[in-house]
Structures are given as structure tokens and as C-alpha cells.
Design a protein around this ligand. Structure first.
Ligand code: ADP
Length: 478
């Protein structure tokens, strides 16, 4: 019988994307469908999605949240170029905004969404005769689903919780449990030690999910080696103590990228499309047009693309830029987020005319940077998987990245990119100099680009690993 999986998360490209999870929520269902899994996805119907897509309402249901009866509208469409149904749940009070302010508002929002997903399972079963064998939850925004299923709905559907970033845990007031009409007792694990005024939603997911995974093998090891310092440590420890070895352990499955979307041969956002045979001339043309559009001269060009948050190590990049001011290069920085970080990036861009910064979220500029840069700098302090290095390599742009998490799992130092000690601007400066030396040696550089472009970052292998994990989970009685 065909394996039926429901996958859920906070975002999903192309409908709504803020970062790598958005990509994964699009590309993983597609890859699973390709290997014969019957997959459906569900995310909130934020107003910004509604405004853009104007989907037809397919049905509705109600849930009780606190003392109120809340109505949910169900909308759906197919994931572009697939037969994967993508569902959206609408509720004006809780699911309207993708960015509800304040931590308590946010955890209420997603507690509500998680309850809604648990009920949506019944709706889909009734209306489409489709019941998931397993629910695949992603990050804290969906990490209450295992608890709700087990303790509230008394459902035995197994759940996989994939951690895309341990930093975001969904910590906030225990009032959420009242809203869910769940007795405090049911989350007793939270109460040990500190006074129980707050709950940690990711922690709940770690305790209650049937299995927990993360998005690279190295990040899984980093999580496991850091229990004592991690605020999530007690949950991880408890899980490992309580489960038999294999089920307690966090499994690392590396994300892939969608080769239909991230493909320079068909990418409509590029000035010039290219493939393995034409990359050399076309990348030059892409670079020329990119630099002209930004008013920069023709020089070796380094870029940065990413959310402007502490994790992404822009402070390390800024320090390194100060150290390389004698080199004749361009640095282009694209990102948005934390205003203080943006201000610091602004300062360095004002100081050096060869540094350009764009504080926007722009798919178009991101694609043009992947295609038109020579190198991409990824100075992350930690990186669970990272998609940017894989996308850049597919576009023949060599990554210079911190030796951490998924970056070190996907970049072979000196072969398809460069790795440097994380957090160290002197090491980044040295890596940039090393990269420039390779760049000057045409043959060596050509080989490196071709190796990068040929490295397999498709979902093929990882989709099979997920399939194997799902199948294993269906034999677990937890
Ligand atoms: P994270 O999930 O931590 O944000 P990833 O490397 O996994 O980092 O994924 C980042 C994704 O978001 C990539 O698809 C990248 O192209 C995109 N992205 C990040 N910042 C921007 C931006 N300012 N403009 C356009 N795309 C961006």
C-alpha cells in the first residue's frame, strides 16, 4: 500500500518563504512524491498568501480554543508542477499574520495551528478518504502536534519532528495549555527544576514525537555533544534515556535542493542561462550585467545572501572586510532582518565603495548573485544544513564557509569550496586570499567550479532516507 504522509510547517515556497524551511517544504514533498509516497502538505493561510493566490475555499471545520469556538477555512491547490495537494488553514484571529508580534502571541498562534492540523486530519479523512500513516512536523511551529495527538486527541498516528534550527524553540507562557484545554499535568516534564511559568514547545515535541531528526549529520552530532549547554538539553537527554537507543537518537538527513528550481539552464531570473558546457562565458556575462546594475567595476566578486541574524556571522564578515581592504575585489551583501546588524553592514558599505549592501528580500537579486558572483561567503556561527552553499555551487559560485554543521558536510575543502574555522575573521581573510590565488590560476579555478557544479545536491538520496525512516517508524509502537 502507498505510504501516506502529511507534512506541515510554518512556511512553504512558492506560497510563502522566509528561509530554508520554505524551500524544504516545497522540495521535500515533491521529492517524496517522485519516489511513490502519497504526500499532502498543510500550512497556515496567511493573509499575504490569500492576497496573492485567491484560492477557492474547499471546506471548513471548527475547533475549541480556550473558551471560544474558532472557525477554520480550508483552501488548497497543487504544488506547482506536481500532483502534491498543498492545504492552507484560514482563521482571521490566529492565522492571519505570518509575523504575529510578541513571543506569547506567537506561541498561541502556533498552538492554535497545531490543534487545527490535528483536526484537519479528521476532515481530510472524512472528505477525501485519506488518512496519513504519519505526520511530519517541522521546527517548533508544529512541535505541539505530537503532544496534542497523544494526550488530547488520543490518536496513535506516529509523528516525526525535524529540527531545522535548534535556536528557535517557541518558549512562552503556559497559558497556551489552558487555551488547548489540556491540564498542566500533561506536560510535567517541563516543570522539573524551575518554576513552571513557561513552556518550551520544541522541547515538548522532542519528548512526544515518535522520532526526531535534523537536517545534516554534523548538526545531529553537534546537538548531541552540546546537551549540557543547550537549553533544550534536558529534553534531549530525557528522550535518549527513555527511548531505546535508536529511537532516542536524533537522526541527521541532509536537505537537498530542488533541481527543477535551482537550475541555471532554465532559470528565468538570470540575465543569461547556462549549463555545464556554457558556464564559463555565461557566468562572465551574468557577472558583467550584475556589476553594471550595481555600479561596480569588473573585479573578483564575493557575495553574501541570507537572513541578517546573529547566526549568519555578519560580524565576522564585517571584520574580514576591514582586513581585506587592500585586495582589489567587490563584496555584495544581500539580506534583511535584525536592524542593528543591518546598521553595521551599512557602515561598512559606506566606508568602502567596493562593498554594496541591499537590505531586501529579493528572489531575483539572490538568483542573479548566485549566477554572477565568483565566490559566496557563508560565515555562519552554526548552520544546521544551509541551502545557500548548495545553490551557489549549482550556479558555479564557489563557497567560502565556516567549518560547521551542514556546511562542512556539503563542502569538500579545496575541491568544491573552502572551509575556515567558524567565528574567526582572520581565518576568513586567509580563506579569501587562498580563494583569490586559485581564481588567478585559470585551470585550477575551472576544475573547482566544474566539481562544484557537478556535486550531487539533489533530493534523490535524502528522499529515500526519509522513506526508510518513515517505514521504520511505522513499525515502532511508542
Ligand atoms: P536559513 O534557513 O537559515 O535562512 P538556508 O541557507 O537554509 O538558511 O536557506 C536560505 C534560503 O533563503 C535560500 O533559498 C536563500 O536563497 C533564501 N534567502 C535568504 N535571504 C534572502 C534574501 N534577502 N533574498 C532572497 N532570498 C533569500
Amino acid at each position: 500500500m502507498q505510504l501516506k504522509i502529511l507534512i506541515t510547517g510554518y512556511e512553504g515556497a512558492p506560497f510563502y518563504k522566509k528561509g530554508g524551511l520554505g524551500d524544504v517544504m516545497e522540495s521535500l514533498p515533491k521529492a517524496l512524491a517522485k519516489i511513490g509516497i502519497d504526500v499532502k502538505a498543510v500550512i497556515p493561510y496567511y493573509y499575504c498568501i490569500k492576497e496573492k493566490y485567491h484560492l477557492e475555499k474547499e471546506g471548513e471545520f471548527t475547533v475549541t480554543f480556550g473558551s471560544e469556538t474558532e472557525h477554520l477555512g480550508i483552501y488548497s491547490t497543487l504544488l506547482p508542477n506536481t500532483k502534491v495537494p498543498f492545504y492552507f488553514l484560514e482563521n482571521r484571529k490566529y492565522l492571519f499574520s505570518s509575523n504575529a508580534g510578541g513571543k506569547n502571541k506567537r506561541i498561541e498562534q502556533f498552538a492554535f495551528f497545531n490543534l487545527a492540523v490535528a483536526h484537519f486530519v479528521n476532515w481530510v479523512s472524512e472528505h477525501h478518504h485519506w488518512s496519513p500513516a504519519l505526520i511530519h512536523c517541522n521546527d517548533w511551529h508544529t512541535a505541539l502536534i505530537p503532544l496534542i495527538l497523544k494526550k488530547k486527541i488520543k490518536s496513535s498516528i506516529p509523528t516525526l519532528l525535524t529540527i531545522h534550527n535548534l535556536l528557535y524553540q517557541g518558549v512562552g507562557s503556559l497559558r497556551v495549555l489552558d487555551l488547548l484545554n489540556m491540564k498542566n499535568e500533561e506536560t510535567k516534564e517541563l516543570k522539573k527544576g524551575k518554576p513552571a511559568t513557561e513552556m518550551n514547545i520544541l522541547g515538548e515535541g522532542i519528548i512526544y514525537a515518535t522520532r526526531v531528526s535534523t537536517v545534516s549529520v554534523s548538526y545531529a552530532k553537534e546537538i548531541a555533544s552540546d546537551y549540557d549547554r543547550s537549553p533544550i538539553g534536558p529534553f534531549l537527554k530525557k528522550r535518549e534515556e527513555e527511548c531505546c537507543n535508536k529511537d532516542g537518537k536524533i537522526l541527521g538527513i541532509h536537505n537537498g535542493i530542488d533541481y527543477d528550481i535551482w537550475n541555471p539552464a532554465v532559470d528565468e531570473l538570470l540575465y543569461h542561462k547556462f549549463d555545464m558546457n556554457t558556464w564559463e562565458a555565461c557566468k562572465k556575462d551574468n557577472k558583467k550585467d550584475l556589476l553594471e546594475s550595481l555600479g561596480l567595476p569588473d573585479k573578483p566578486t564575493f557575495c553574501f545572501v541570507g537572513r541578517m541574524v546573529k547566526q549568519k556571522g555578519l560580524d565576522v564578515l564585517i571584520k574580514a572586510i576591514n582586513r581585506i581592504s587592500r585586495l582589489d575585489v567587490n563584496v555584495i551583501i544581500l539580506g534583511s532582518g535584525n536592524l542593528k546588524i543591518q546598521k553595521n553592514v551599512s557602515k561598512i558599505a559606506n566606508k568602502f565603495p567596493w562593498v554594496k549592501a541591499e537590505f531586501v528580500y529579493s528572489e531575483e537579486l539572490a538568483h542573479k548573485l548566485y549566477a554572477g558572483s565568483d565566490f559566496i561567503i557563508i560565515p555562519s556561527r552554526y548552520e544546521p544544513c544551509g541551502l545557500i552553499q548548495m545553490i551557489a555551487m549549482r550556479y558555479g559560485t564557489i563557497p567560502i564557509a565556516s567549518r560547521t554543521g551542514g556546511l562542512q558536510d556539503s563542502i569538500m575543502h579545496g575541491k568544491n569550496g573552502f572551509l575556515f574555522a567558524k567565528g574567526r575573521s582572520i581565518r576568513l581573510k586567509k580563506a579569501i586570499e587562498h580563494a583569490l590565488n586559485v581564481y588567478k590560476n585559470k585551470e585550477q579555478y575551472r576544475k573547482m567550479v566544474e566539481r562544484a557544479m557537478k556535486t550531487d545536491f539533489s533530493w534523490d538520496k535524502s528522499a529515500l532516507l526519509y522513506k526508510k525512516l518513515y517505514e521504520e517508524m511505522l513499525t515502532i509502537d511508542k
